[in-house]
Design a protein around this ligand. Structure first.
Ligand SMILES: *Cc1c(COP(=O)(O)O)cnc(C)c1O
Length: 379
């Protein structure tokens, strides 16, 4: 089955009770038993729920994995992966990382005796100097947020395999439409399904997908034992979202390209961060490992003026000023005052998050309306 069919049918069966084409929302915590242990595969909804299971099969199918797991948020999914580790273990991670992931690693798990190294992953040899016998996990996010750096998953996976280390990839920005990390050598794919998989800014959810039987068993144990699962209503919404993932992504990419090119030619714009430009430092890696370049675009204005950036995001009318990304509607954010406000100025500027940086999640509205909106807001 090809990707554009898997989004709709992958892992799905019509409901056996009445043949409903969409799985019903099984809004139940428990399941009747005829005799103790006499049940139909479902006992308690933290452990299993038919609507969630349908979604988990869809996750596995679209990421070319064998097992999918759904969680109450993206961070709950990441939390489950870190629970594979023990005190003394070390993790090598992307430095330009989603802020919530960084907070979970440093503010929660460092206290449990896990050591994290945050490094630029553009050079494989540099990465190896951070690996030792305690290294158990490599955590990669690509493209990164908000600087749109691209990391070569195949090269990282070769290092992971050589040292027998698990490789997890946060695939939230790319989605499996653009990039399939398990095919590129990763062991675990993670998503904030809140973003493109759900696609409609109406649900918070996380996902993991793996191929290996034993790894899946350990993660299912953690999912049930820690209990950060999502509910059946949310499972239904994300399952519905995934059915249009391929058509939405196609339009996100087209509009993302149009917006990136418009900004690149604008006299007031200093720099546009979008991996589709030949001048992007990781363009060739992006071209090889991704099918297209996505709908996330960041830019800075000439003079790097904080107030001007605020004025632009306030003036936007079709783009909504909001955190998050990946929905059908276009959003704009100002990292220095929003998502990255808690990071000291000198720290954030080292990774490129300067005062005038604006991040766009380009939606699937008409391209002309998006460009006219940017035109009037930038002036
Ligand atoms: C949003 C996001 C997360 C966290 O997911 P939640 O669903 O908000 O918990 C993790 N990684 C990336 C890249 C994200 O954009």
């Amino acid at each position: 089955m090809k990707f554009n069919t898997k989004t709709i049918h992958g892992g799905q069966e019509h409901d056996p009770a009445f043949g409903s084409v969409m799985p019903p929302i099984y809004q139940t915590s428990t399941y009747a038993q005829s005799t103790p242990g006499g049940h139909k595969g479902y006992e308690y909804s933290r452990t299993h729920n038919p609507t969630r299971n349908a979604l988990e099969k869809s996750f596995a199918s679209i990421e070319n994995g064998k097992y999918g797991l759904a969680f109450g948020s993206g961070l709950a999914a990441i939390d489950a992966v870190i629970k594979l580790l023990k005190p003394g273990d070390e993790v090598v991670s992307t430095n330009d990382l989603y802020g919530g992931t960084y907070r979970l690693f440093t503010k929660i798990y460092e206290d449990f005796g896990i050591k994290f190294h945050f490094i630029g992953m553009e050079s494989a040899s540099k990465m190896e100097s951070y690996i030792n016998n305690n290294t158990k996990l490599i955590w990669v996010e690509t493209p990164t947020n908000p600087m749109m750096n691209v990391i070569d998953i195949v090269s990282v996976s070769e290092i992971a395999k050589k040292h027998d280390i698990l490789l997890a990839v946060d695939n939230t920005f790319a989605t499996p439409y653009l990039q399939q990390p398990l095919e590129l050598g990763a062991d675990i794919v993670m998503h904030s399904a809140t973003k493109y998989l759900g696609g409609h800014s109406d649900v918070v959810m996380g996902a993991l997908v793996v191929k290996d039987d034993q790894l899946a068993e350990r993660l299912y144990f953690i999912q049930n034992a820690s209990g950060a699962v999502c509910g059946p209503q949310d499972s239904f919404l994300v399952l519905r979202g995934i059915k249009t993932l391929h058509v939405r992504m196609q339009r996100h990419c087209e509009n993302g390209r149009a917006v990136a090119e418009y900004l690149n030619n604008h006299p007031k714009i200093e720099k546009v961060y979008w991996p589709g430009f030949k001048s992007h430092p990781n363009h060739n890696v992006a071209k090889t490992q991704m099918k297209d370049f996505g709908g996330m675009v960041s830019f800075t204005t000439k003079g790097n003026n904080y107030e001007e950036a605020i004025r632009i995001v306030e003036n936007l009318k079709v783009f909504t000023l909001a955190e998050s990304l990946g929905g059908v509607e276009s959003l704009a954010g100002h990292p220095a005052s929003m998502t990255h406000a808690s990071i000291p100025k000198e720290e954030r500027e080292k990774s490129g998050v300067v005062d005038s940086l604006i991040r766009l999640s380009v939606g699937i509205e008409d391209e002309d309306d998006l460009i006219n909106d940017l035109k009037q807001a930038i002036g």
